[in-house]
Write a protein that binds this ligand. Structure first.
Ligand SMILES: Cc1cc2nc3c(=O)[nH]c(=O)nc-3n(C[C@H](O)[C@H](O)[C@H](O)COP(=O)(O)OP(=O)(O)OC[C@H]3O[C@@H](n4cnc5c(N)ncnc54)[C@H](O)[C@@H]3O)c2cc1C
Length: 380
C-alpha cells in the first residue's frame, strides 16, 4: 500500500493550485454576487487541460483518471467553491457518453468537452422527483426513426449554457421491472422545443449556472439514443458512481479551504489581549477540522483509485461522498464561528464557502441517499 502521490500527481496538484490561486481570488466574489459563470476562466481551464480530465486522450481529454481529476477539483474548490467547480461541472453527463456511447457519439460530443468547444448538462431531476430517480415522468415516444420527448427537468447545472445534454426519459412504461422503463438520450440544446430558464436566488455556488428545462415535442434522432434502450436507469447509476467521487473531492477542497481561512484568521485576531490561536478551545477545533480533511481525502482517494482500477464499489463511493461533503459543511461552520461577526459579512470569504458547502450534501445524491446505499450494502 502506498499513501503518497506519484510525481505526476504532485505536478498536477502544483499546476492546479497555481492556476486557482492566480485566476480565482479576484473574480470569486463578483461571480457569486452576479450569478455569473466566468467564461474566460472556463476557457483558460480548457487550454491548460484541466477540464473533464477523466476523458481519455483519444477524445481530447487529459486521460488522468479520477485520481487526477479529484486532485484538480480539490485544489480549485479550495480557493473558491463556485469557480473551482468548473473543471468538472461543465462536463456533467459526459461520462454517460464515455461509458455507454457509440464511437460516433464520442467523437461528435465527448471530444468537444475538454477542448472548450462544448459544455454539457445531465438532466435527470424533475419538479416531483429528485432522490427517487425512478419517479421521473418525462417521456420519449418512438415516431419513425425519431424519439419525441416531453417533460420538465429541474435544477439542471449548465442548463442555459450547455450545447447538449444527457436526458433520462421513460421509453417503456409497460415494462414490469420499473428500472427497465427508462432510456438515456443526447439532446442538442438548440433543438426546437427545448427551453431552459436560469434559476436565480440560489443560496450559494452562484458561479455555476442552474436552470429548469422544459421539453415540448422535442424530436431526437434514433442515433442519439445513448446506450441500450431500457438501460437508462442503470446508466444514470453508473454515472453517479463516478461523479460522486469528484463531488466528494469538492467537499474535501471546501473543507480544506475553510481550514485555511480559519488558520489565517485566528493567527491575526486577538481577543482578551491574546491571539485567538493561543486558545486551547480554538486549537482543538482546528484539530477537528484537519482530521476531517485528512479522513475525507483518504476516502475520496480510495474511491478514485477503485474507479481508475475498474473496481465498482457504490458503497465505498457513497461513504466517501457523504463524509467529505458533511466535513465541508462542518468545517465551514466551525471556521465561520471563529471569524465571529466578520464571518457573517461577505468581505470575508468564509461566508461564500459556508453558503456553497451545503449543496454538496444535496446534489449528486443527498446524504440520506448515500446512507441508504451504505445500509443496503451492509445488509445485503
Ligand atoms: C445547485 C444544484 C444543482 C443541481 N444540478 C443537477 C443536475 O445537473 N442534474 C440533475 O439531474 N439534478 C441536479 N440537481 C438536483 C439534485 O440532484 C436534487 O436536488 C437531489 O437529488 C435531491 O432531490 P430533491 O431536491 O427532489 O429532494 P427530494 O428527493 O424531494 O428529497 C428531499 C429531502 O428528503 C431526503 N430524502 C429523500 N428520500 C428519503 C428517504 N427515503 N429517507 C430519508 N430521507 C430522504 C433527501 O435526502 C432530501 O434531503 C441539482 C440541485 C441543485 C440544488
Amino acid at each position: 500500500m502506498d499513501f503518497g502521490l506519484t510525481e505526476e500527481e504532485k505536478d498536477i496538484r502544483g499546476a492546479a493550485r497555481e492556476f486557482a490561486e492566480k485566476e480565482f481570488p479576484d473574480r470569486a466574489r463578483e461571480c457569486d454576487l452576479n450569478d455569473e459563470f466566468p467564461r474566460d476562466i472556463w476557457k483558460k481551464a480548457c487550454d491548460l487541460g484541466f477540464v473533464a480530465t477523466y476523458i481519455p486522450e483519444e477524445y481530447n481529454g487529459a486521460g488522468i483518471g479520477y485520481m487526477g481529476t479529484c486532485i484538480i477539483v480539490e485544489e480549485c474548490t479550495r480557493v473558491d467553491p463556485g469557480i473551482g467547480g468548473i473543471p468538472m461541472m461543465v462536463a456533467l453527463g459526459s461520462e454517460v457518453v464515455m461509458l455507454y456511447g457509440t464511437e460516433e457519439q464520442k467523437k461528435k460530443y465527448l471530444s468537444k468537452i475538454p477542448t472548450g468547444e462544448n459544455i454539457c448538462c445531465f438532466a435527470v431531476t424533475e419538479p416531483d422527483a429528485g432522490s427517487d430517480v425512478a419517479g421521473i415522468k418525462t417521456t420519449a415516444v418512438k415516431d419513425g426513426d425519431e424519439w419525441v420527448l416531453n417533460g420538465s427537468k429541474m435544477f439542471i447545472t449548465n442548463g442555459t449554457i450547455a450545447d447538449w445534454g444527457v436526458f433520462l426519459a421513460i421509453t417503456d412504461p409497460d415494462e414490469k421491472k420499473v428500472h427497465r422503463r427508462f432510456s438515456t438520450f443526447i439532446v442538442d440544446m438548440d433543438t426546437e422545443g427545448v427551453n431552459a430558464t436560469k434559476i436565480r436566488g440560489k443560496m450559494g455556488l452562484k458561479a455555476s449556472d442552474t436552470a429548469d428545462i422544459s421539453l415540448s415535442d422535442v424530436r431526437v434522432p434514433e442515433k442519439n439514443l445513448l446506450g441500450e434502450r431500457k438501460k437508462g436507469f442503470y446508466n444514470v447509476m453508473g454515472f453517479f458512481d463516478r461523479s460522486r467521487v469528484y463531488i466528494g473531492a469538492m467537499g474535501v477542497g471546501i473543507a480544506q479551504g475553510a481550514l485555511d481561512l480559519a488558520l489565517k484568521y485566528v493567527k491575526e485576531r486577538k481577543t482578551f489581549g491574546r491571539p485567538l490561536a493561543s486558545n486551547q478551545g480554538i486549537q482543538f477545533e482546528l484539530a477537528d477540522m484537519k482530521t476531517r480533511v485528512e479522513a475525507s481525502r483518504n476516502l475520496i482517494y480510495k474511491g478514485a483509485w477503485q474507479t481508475d482500477n475498474g473496481i465498482e464499489n457504490p458503497m465505498d463511493v457513497a461513504i466517501a461522498k457523504w463524509y467529505a461533503c458533511e466535513s465541508a459543511v462542518k468545517n465551514c461552520d466551525q471556521s465561520l464561528q471563529m471569524h465571529g461577526g466578520y464571518g457573517y459579512i461577505d468581505e470575508y470569504d468564509i461566508e461564500r464557502f459556508y453558503r456553497a458547502a451545503k449543496v454538496t450534501e444535496i446534489f449528486e445524491g443527498a446524504k440520506q441517499i448515500e446512507k441508504m446505499i451504505i445500509a443496503r450494502g451492509l445488509l445485503a
